[in-house]
Design a protein around this ligand. Structure first.
Ligand code: APR
Length: 231
């Protein structure tokens, strides 16, 4: 059985990382337009670097929760038949043990050089305007996909969706495309679809089944069911 699991900020909420839309449009006190757009970075790179330095510091202080751990366990069962597509830029899936992950919105612990396109693991502070370890230019930026930029690996994701037997969305509001359109793409290609979310989302009605509750409860229960089908 080929499974694609899409995760959003809600899977990391119980680890202590704020979601985007539960904080009435503010992300840690910042408007998205001031810290998560190419224009903001052009205008004031130091503020953007400081914002992501804070996010990296915060990430170091939290740990994966039972939902991340259950998905890592599922990968041990399904192997290459499972793909986790995450909108999150945290590394909690990796730290839980998942290996087959696509970060469609990039990764907090990676830096990208706007000049040489080099990527560098980055877990300490970028400082104000750091020099690229590759080409030496002061053009390093957080390797995250900002509003108005293209998400990563969409062709790979769409190929997986078309081949999926089951599509599961965990902890995502369905507010942002293209991720919000994945359920329809999977369903049209014949997959069963399941939503696991704290509340109903903007796309709940598009799923064959939508369960409400915390991810740390719903995901382990669902994985246990996949492991030993009760029916
Ligand atoms: N368990 C399960 N779901 C939860 C939990 C929880 N403990 N807590 C919150 N949720 C749900 C909320 O009900 C909401 O539907 O997680 C969802 C979080 O939605 P958003 O904050 O919109 O996060 P997300 O869907 O990942 O946002 C998508 O938008 O801001 C951009 O690029 C950013 O990747 C992000 C994208």
């Amino acid at each position: 059985m080929k499974v694609v699991v899409l995760t959003g900020a809600g899977i990391s909420a119980e680890s202590g990382l704020a979601t985007f839309r539960d904080a009435d449009g503010l992300w840690q006190g910042h408007h998205v337009d001031d810290v998560a757009t190419p224009e903001a970075f052009q205008r004031d790179p130091a503020t953007v670097h400081r914002f992501y330095d804070d996010r990296r510091r915060e990430l170091r202080a939290v740990a994966p929760n039972p939902a991340h751990i259950a998905l890592a366990r599922l990968e041990q069962i399904l192997g290459d038949d499972l793909l986790v597509v995450t909108q999150n830029v945290d590394d909690l899936h990796e730290r839980a043990g998942s290996r087959r992950i696509v970060h469609m919105h990039g990764e907090l612990l990676s830096a990208l050089c706007a000049s040489c396109q080099g990527r560098f693991a980055w877990d300490d502070d970028l400082g104000d305007v750091p020099a690229c370890p590759g080409c030496g230019n002061s053009t390093l930026r957080p390797d995250v996909v900002w509003f108005g930029e293209m998400p990563y690996d969409l062709d790979l994701i769409e190929r997986a969706l078309i081949q999926a037997d089951l599509f599961v969305a965990v902890g995502t509001s369905g507010a942002v495309y293209p991720a919000a359109g994945f359920v329809r793409m999977a369903a049209v290609a014949g997959a069963r679809t399941l939503e696991l979310n704290l509340d109903s989302s903007e796309t709940s009605h598009l799923f064959d089944e939508a369960r409400q509750g915390p991810a740390s409860k719903l995901v382990p229960e669902w994985v246990a069911d996949v492991q030993a089908p009760s029916h």
